[in-house]
Design a protein around this ligand. Structure first.
Ligand code: PEP
Ligand code: MN
Length: 457
């Protein structure tokens, strides 16, 4: 049977799968909850709550990602490394949205392609850690695993995993999503008013000036078209925005998994687009088991240690019927290893004719510590990994169809370099992240401009 014949035979759910079948597999990066009864109570409560997204939205996104796989769209996925409960405020949410809207405008304008907009938010609350414990001044405590699990304060009490945090995280995700939906319905993303997206704290900046020039050019074109046709162009008033997060904490993800008879299948309705992190992507592990049964579009982070054979087995497990818009691969190699590690993967996937969307995360392979003790990323390395990614795909005859970034609309200094040439010393001024360093507004805009330049070559 050919692969396209298989499409007719897609069974949902796949054999042996249930929302809880992951429990029979090894689950990495999970906390140990002390009170099983309390955990069960929370999971029942979670299961009874309304979903945060609908299956129709999820399928719409799948459709857009299928178009991106065919080269007809470009994916912009970005947001915080770790959302924190205290940052569920109108300013933080709308500033992040503004940066993503500005970046997507640069991309649409420069690439002449529709952009799929996906936020790394409204649920990005669970974090994988490289060590289970953390030691400070001779005291060892369990690591902070994100606000969905425990607290960041370095005290024994804060670090106890608390299942009630899942209910709180679900509510914060719902509030975030509700606010974004309301802003967009209200015309916040209206192309007639890109001035809504200006960030108050941005002073004079060469990049902002370049951006403003482009915006006023677009404004002129829109007014010209409307004058010609004699009526407003309504589809410029609104955009579609989707959400994503690392589906790491499996009891939570199980709790937001719902059967949708209309679509004949099970969906994770806590987000549109969940992904599997690099540390939990073992083909025989619990995360892959959970993901194989949901119908959402999914992504897997691919690090430098993944072999072509392992990658093909992962695709077999997660998208055996080659469904369109289903399988996305986010490579995150580092500026120094991408040239060695990526081409064999691209060649294997191409040789086997697998249908995937390739996305570059130029952040996670490039994390380092400065001499003054900050975890940072150098803009030059981020830029270099992304530039190389475009070149390596072009050389392999594959297409880089999206980018995955950690960024914020807040005035932070967490990554060095960029238009203002931030130094290690500058990191002391406004370093706020609880986990990984994010691009600030200017650095994010610079990346969008870079993508346009690379695609035009
Ligand atoms: C992340 O996206 O924050 C992350 C931990 O990434 P990775 O799984 O690629 O290391
Ligand atoms: Mn991160």
């Amino acid at each position: 049977m050919s692969r396209s014949d298989h499409l007719q035979a897609v069974v949902s759910p796949p054999e042996g799968w249930a929302p809880a079948s992951w429990r029979g597999y090894q689950a990495m990066q999970q906390p140990t909850y002390g009170n099983a009864e309390e955990l069960d109570g929370v999971l029942n409560e979670l299961h009874a709550l309304p979903p945060l997204v609908t299956s129709r939205e999820v399928m719409n996104l799948r459709h857009q990602l299928a178009e991106a796989q065919e080269g007809k769209r470009f994916l912009l996925q970005g947001g915080d490394c770790a959302e924190i409960f205290d940052d569920c405020t109108p300013e933080v949410i709308s500033n992040r949205l503004k940066v993503l809207l500005q970046m997507s405008l640069v991309l649409v304008h420069g690439l002449r392609l529709p952009v799929v907009r996906v936020g790394r938010f409204a649920g990005q609350y669970a974090k994988p850690r490289s060590a289970d414990t953390e030691t400070k001044d001779g005291v060892t405590l369990p690591s902070y695993r994100g606000d969905l699990v425990n607290g960041p304060a370095f005290t024994a009490e804060a670090r106890i995993p608390d299942p009630r945090r899942m209910i709180k995280g679900h509510a914060r995700s719902a509030m975030t999503m509700n606010f974004i939906r309301a802003l967009i319905d209200d015309g916040f993303a209206d192309l007639h008013h890109p001035e809504y997206w200006n960030l108050n704290w941005v002073g004079h900046s060469p990049l902002a000036a370049e951006y403003q020039k482009m915006v006023s050019g677009i404004g002129d074109a829109v007014r010209f078209m409307e004058t010609l046709s004699g009526e407003p162009i309504h589809n410029l008033r609104s955009v579609e925005f989707y959400t994503s997060h690392e589906a790491l904490l499996l009891p939570y993800e199980e709790g937001v998994t719902r059967q949708v008879p209309r679509q004949s299948g099970w969906f994770n309705l806590g987000t549109h687009f969940p992904w599997i992190g690099m540390r939990t992507a073992a083909v025989d592990g619990a995360h892959v088991e959970y993901f194989r049964g949901i119908r959402n579009p999914i992504a897997v982070k691919i690090g430098p240690s993944v072999t072509p054979d392992q990658l093909l087995r992962l695709i077999d497990a997660l998208n055996p019927h080659e469904e369109a818009g289903r399988m996305c691969l986010i490579h995150r190699m580092s500026a120094t290893s991408i040239a060695d590690k990526l081409p064999p993967l691209l060649e294997a996937v191409k040789r086997e004719g697998r249908r995937v969307l390739w996305i570059c995360d130029p952040m996670h392979g490039n994390t380092e510590a400065t001499s003054n003790g900050y975890k940072t990323r150098r803009f030059e390395n981020i830029r270099s990994e992304l530039e190389q990614a475009f070149e390596l795909h072009a050389a392999a005859g594959t297409r880089l169809g999206g980018v995955h970034l950690e960024l914020t609309g807040e005035d932070v200094t967490e990554c060095t370099g960029g238009a203002r040439e931030l130094t290690d010393k500058d990191l002391e001024r406004a370093y706020r992240t609880t986990v990984d360093p994010r691009l600030n507004y200017e650095q994010a805009l610079e990346i969008a401009m870079l993508i346009v330049r690379k695609q035009a070559q």
